[in-house]
Design a protein around this ligand. Structure first.
Ligand SMILES: Cc1cc2nc3c(=O)[nH]c(=O)nc-3n(C[C@H](O)[C@H](O)[C@H](O)COP(=O)(O)OP(=O)(O)OC[C@H]3O[C@@H](n4cnc5c(N)ncnc54)[C@H](O)[C@@H]3O)c2cc1C
Length: 300
């Protein structure tokens, strides 16, 4: 069967796209591997109407609502390749099955490459975080830390002072210039130049190379972000480069540089969250649907 739209990725962005498309009565296929970016976190904060809920629960409810529409099919699995052109795309899954669709929406998200500090990845989503808007409030204005991964971490260190007394662990990631030093001092940030040896303890005890230990309620860091799937690259989509990694270039309607291919969610922006992803998904759905209506199908 040829689907009108194949959505790869069935999390916040993908299911949001699927819901809009379901309501057009078009034939939609969602393919999902089930590896959401926030699967390490017990709570998802800051999304209207769902604040504080378990992220898996939000997805479960959303999937049930989407699959109540008879024109939506859901397949669990990994899409390993995507080929073709507008109106004639094929997506192959790891089990060898082949699916055909007129439009594609890539809602495949990103994967985080965390700093290589012992004990850090074990605490990811629990007391080590990336986004203060998601996790800062629950730290109740207690002392927080920022672990630098490069000059871009200046932004995080200056911002975090909104949530608590901030220690900036430079960890040899970069050297502060006079202006940066002054900016941090002006925001009341404590600057720690001794490298970090490990994160230990029940929550977040930052052990330094000289034996000192600085306890913080939460540690924020910006790891590198890589595409969770190579499909956009395979299809030849253009990318934009940022300090943490590249993302798929899209226009305001979430169309990529390849006709018929749309992208939505964390894979189209420098920093993402659930609300942005849901918005992207809805936009990509509307745009792909309009193109089905207003652009006549081309022969293969
Ligand atoms: C620790 C942590 C905590 C967070 N907390 C919050 C929070 O409290 N509030 C908030 O708003 N945001 C939070 N975020 C950010 C949030 O997780 C992301 O913004 C959101 O998950 C992005 O949604 P998405 O649909 O774009 O991608 P994802 O949720 O990452 O979903 C992508 C989906 O695509 C699937 N996929 C990828 N490749 C393939 C393939 N080839 N074939 C099939 N399926 C594929 C994946 O398995 C996954 O199911 C947090 C992130 C982290 C890391």
């Amino acid at each position: 069967m040829r689907h009108d739209v194949i959505i790869v990725g069935g999390s916040f962005a993908g299911l949001s796209a699927a819901l809009q498309l379901a309501r057009t009565r078009r034939k939609v296929l969602v393919i999902d591997l089930g590896l959401r970016r926030n699967r390490f976190a017990a709570h998802s904060n800051g999304f209207l109407g769902q604040d504080g809920k378990a992220p898996g629960r939000i997805i479960e409810d959303a999937r049930a609502q989407v699959l109540a529409y008879p024109n939506v099919t859901f397949v669990e699995g990994e899409a390993v390749s995507a080929t073709g052109t507008n109106d004639h795309f094929s997506v192959e899954l790891a089990d060898g099955s082949l699916h055909h669709g007129r439009r594609l929406i890539l809602a495949t998200g990103v994967a985080d490459i965390l700093p290589d500090v012992p004990g850090l990845s074990d605490r990811w989503g629990d007391s080590v975080f990336m986004c203060p808007y998601c996790d800062g409030y629950e730290l109740n204005e207690a002392p927080v830390g920022v672990l630098a991964t490069g000059e871009h971490s200046m932004h995080q260190a200056l911002l975090l002072t909104e949530w608590g007394q901030t220690t900036f662990f430079l960890n040899n990631a970069f050297t502060l210039d006079t202006e940066q030093f002054a900016a941090l001092v002006a925001r009341g940030v404590t600057i720690e130049t001794t490298p970090v040896r490990a994160i230990e303890g029940e929550r977040t005890d930052v052990h330094l190379a000289d034996g000192r230990v600085i306890s913080v309620a939460g540690l924020f860091t910006a790891g590198r972000m890589v595409m969770a799937s190579p499909l956009a690259e395979q299809l030849g989509c253009a990318f934009e480069d940022g300090p943490l990694g590249a993302w798929v270039k899209t226009d305001d309607m979430r169309a990529t540089s390849i006709p018929g291919v749309y992208a939505a969610g964390d894979n189209v922006r420098l920093t993402g969250n659930v609300a942005f992803s849901v918005s992207d998904g809805a936009m990509a759905a509307a745009a792909s649907h309009r193109s089905l209506v207003f652009e006549p199908a081309k022969a293969a």
